[in-house]
Design a binder for this molecule. Structure first.
Ligand SMILES: [Mg+2]
Length: 420
């Protein structure tokens, strides 16, 4: 019985290196939206003591002086690299659960009788590196919770292949003994303090407690963790990802926006993007909400928050219908005289694209339902926006203050890397 956890190493920082081999041993950090905080660090940057989530201005000077390289986040690029890694994995294993942008669980039960799983892991790792340039680490163990422990153990004993399997009782107990309680998956900071007080400081001590006692004294969730640590599988691979329930596109602005015209064009951009996502999910929505707000951090200025939901009589995923609703929702919540710092759109109440629902009443805004037309636009816009809707802002206006973004190497014709 075995599962594997594949984790991309320092994912965002590793992505930035793929087309910049000159940065091989350079410390790299990646910043959050608006270049506020450090959200990813290469191993070298971690060694310099750059903490996760620290405000950039605090470490900027010393980091750059020591030869570090900084990037604004380039999520288009990271998302595309992530999809490439996941695609490769999907080709190798029958069961995969994409857990986050840089992590996936693999079901290995059916492979176990045909392969040496450790060698299989090494092979997959080298292929991913060769085909995408992304370095991954792989932990193999009987349960999900133990795969995380296997990865920690690999780091602790510095496994050069970055692939580590724990399967015998001896290996598992050894790894558990060396795992501090706060590093156990699902045990947060508060719970680990609680357990520390009860003299439970490593994972082995937790695993050796009677699960029924844990259930009574703590929670069902922790009981499940204990069972998983003991090698009983309680959490399975969830590969039938349920359809999304809502789609949100929202952003803080780099510069404040005060006039309705600009705000409308921003909200229109969000509406277009959200509609594309909706069609991608093969869903239609019957609720469109828009929100706007001023910055809670400039509390010396007047504050305003507005939110409005429009109900659509017929579900739609046509950009034009969603644009009409979004602009209608924006009008009553916009108040002049405020500096807006953030806006967003939320699509909800989904129905499957193929189900048709007819309204009892005649809708004056009969949905366009011209799915072919939308499909052509999506195809044309797939790599780079070519077709805009009239109310959009066409100046490639970016709401974010990001000055250090790397090119969209893999998703934009205009930003392909040039090999000389
Ligand atoms: Mg990672």
């Amino acid at each position: 019985m075995a599962l594997a956890l594949v984790d991309c190493e320092s994912f965002y920082a590793s992505c930035e290196r793929i087309f910049r081999p000159d940065l091989k041993n350079t410390p790299i950090v990646v910043l959050s939206n608006n270049d506020g905080c450090v959200i990813a660090r290469s191993t070298e940057a971690k060694k310099m003591g750059i903490g996760m989530g620290v405000p950039w201005f605090k470490v900027k000077k010393s980091f750059l002086l020591q030869g570090g390289q900084v990037f604004s986040s380039n999520f288009t690029f990271y998302g595309d690299m992530s999809a490439r890694v996941m695609n490769i994995l999907e080709g190798f294993v029958p069961e995969i659960e994409i857990y986050s942008i840089d992590e996936a669980f693999l079901g290995m039960d059916s492979l176990e009788e045909h392969y040496n799983l450790y060698e299989f892991g090494c092979y997959v790792r080298s292929l991913i590196k060769q085909w995408t340039g992304v370095p991954v680490r792989i932990g193999i163990a009987p349960t999900k919770t133990l795969t995380k422990i296997a990865l920690n153990e690999a780091k602790r004993i510095n496994v050069p292949t970055k692939v580590h399997q724990i399967s015998t009782t001896k290996e598992i107990r050894e790894a558990l003994r060396n795992t501090p309680i706060r590093d156990v998956w699902g045990v947060g900071r508060r719970l680990s303090e609680h357990l520390n007080q009860a003299k439970i400081s490593n994972a082995l001590q937790l695993a050796d407690i009677d699960p029924n006692y844990i259930k009574r004294k703590f929670s069902l969730v922790l009981e499940r963790t204990v069972r998983e640590l003991r090698g009983q599988r309680c959490l399975d691979i969830e590969n039938n990802v349920s359809a999304k329930k809502q789609i949100v596109v929202s952003r803080s602005f780099g510069n404040r926006v005060a006039d309705l015209k600009t705000l409308r064009s921003i909200v229109s951009n969000f509406a277009v993007r959200a509609s594309e996502k909706l069609r991608n999910e093969k869903q239609k929505c019957s609720q469109v909400s828009v929100f706007v707000r001023t910055s809670p951090f400039s509390n010396h200025k007047p504050q305003h928050t507005g939110h409005k939901t429009m109900e659509l009589l017929n579900p739609t995923n046509d950009t034009r219908d969603i644009l009409i609703a979004a602009k209608k929702a924006l009008l009553p919540i916009f108040k002049p005289g405020y500096d807006y710092a953030k806006a967003g759109i939320l699509l909800s109440r989904f129905t499957n694209e193929t189900t048709k629902q007819y309204s009892l009443f005649k809708d004056p805004n009969e949905p366009k339902d011209n799915s072919k037309f939308m499909k052509y636009i999506d195809q044309l816009n797939n790599y780079e926006t070519q077709i805009y809707f009239a109310s959009q802002n066409t100046k490639r206006w970016s709401p974010m203050k990001q000055n250090m973004t790397s090119p969209k190497y893999t998703t934009s014709w205009y930003e392909l890397p040039i090999v000389k």
